[in-house]
Design a protein around this ligand. Structure first.
Ligand code: FMN
Length: 209
């Protein structure tokens, strides 16, 4: 038996709650921006992903018009900071609906660090910063998708193992449904199968996890 849901019947609010509970876990872009008045803003966005690898473009969605979106539109720049597990309470606190003149770095007591090529600062305590220039925006219903070209990236060198960012050191937070947060659980490696190796690589008698 399956329960079938029609978005139109359920209504916007309830379908939003359903959708965000099943599109999980979502990575969190902790987005820093600077307002035209010089206020450094910071807010988590879990409607976030890589939009394109070549060139590197990331995307996040602003549901409604918020300080982050207004600042990005005005300055054309933002930084995506990785939201790390040890800063869980701080990440959540930066989602408070502060008025535009209050900067979340100051309100929450988070240290800034200068970015390398864009004006908005990065979060000093975050292991990864993706410095972005606005590529484009796309209006979708009540939301605006922001696409940013990554023009510079920096990472805490301690995150590297054998030249690769190590997930158990990055400890990224994720967003689940409602007020739920996730952390990285068991990590497994499974190599992709090339078609040339298909015969015998995924045949009868083999089990997959
Ligand atoms: C984990 C988490 C993820 C969030 N994801 C989004 C999101 O993807 N889009 C959005 O518009 N708001 C999202 N929010 C809410 C914003 O962070 C919140 O509205 C914030 O006050 C916006 O700040 P700003 O006005 O300074 O931009 C999220 C909140 C939390 C706690």
């Amino acid at each position: 038996m399956r329960t079938n849901l029609d978005p139109d019947d359920l209504g916007d609010r309830r379908f939003y709650r359903f959708l965000t509970a099943v599109v999980v876990p979502r990575p969190i872009a902790w987005v820093s921006t600077t307002s035209p008045d010089g206020v450094d803003n910071l807010a988590p966005h879990s409607f976030f992903n890589v939009a394109c690898a070549r060139p590197p473009i990331v995307q996040f969605s602003s549901v409604g018009r918020k300080d982050t979106l207004r600042n990005v539109e005005a300055s054309g720049e933002f930084v995506v900071n990785l939201a790390p597990e040890p800063l869980r309470r701080e990440v959540n606190a930066t989602a408070t609906d502060f008025p535009p003149e209050i900067g979340e770095f100051d309100a929450v007591g988070l240290e800034r660090a200068a970015s390398a090529v864009v004006a908005p600062p990065r979060v000093a305590g975050s292991p990864v910063a993706l410095e972005c220039r606005l590529h484009s925006t796309l209006r979708l219903g009540d939301s605006t998708v922001v696409f940013g070209r990554v023009v510079h990236a920096s990472i805490d060198s301690d995150m590297f193992v054998d030249g690769h960012p190590e997930i158990t050191r990055l400890r990224p937070l994720s967003r689940l449904g409602g007020d739920e947060w996730g952390t990285v659980g068991e990590v497994d490696e499974l190599h992709r199968i090339r078609y040339a190796d298909w015969d015998g690589a995924f045949g009868a008698g083999r089990t997959s996890r």
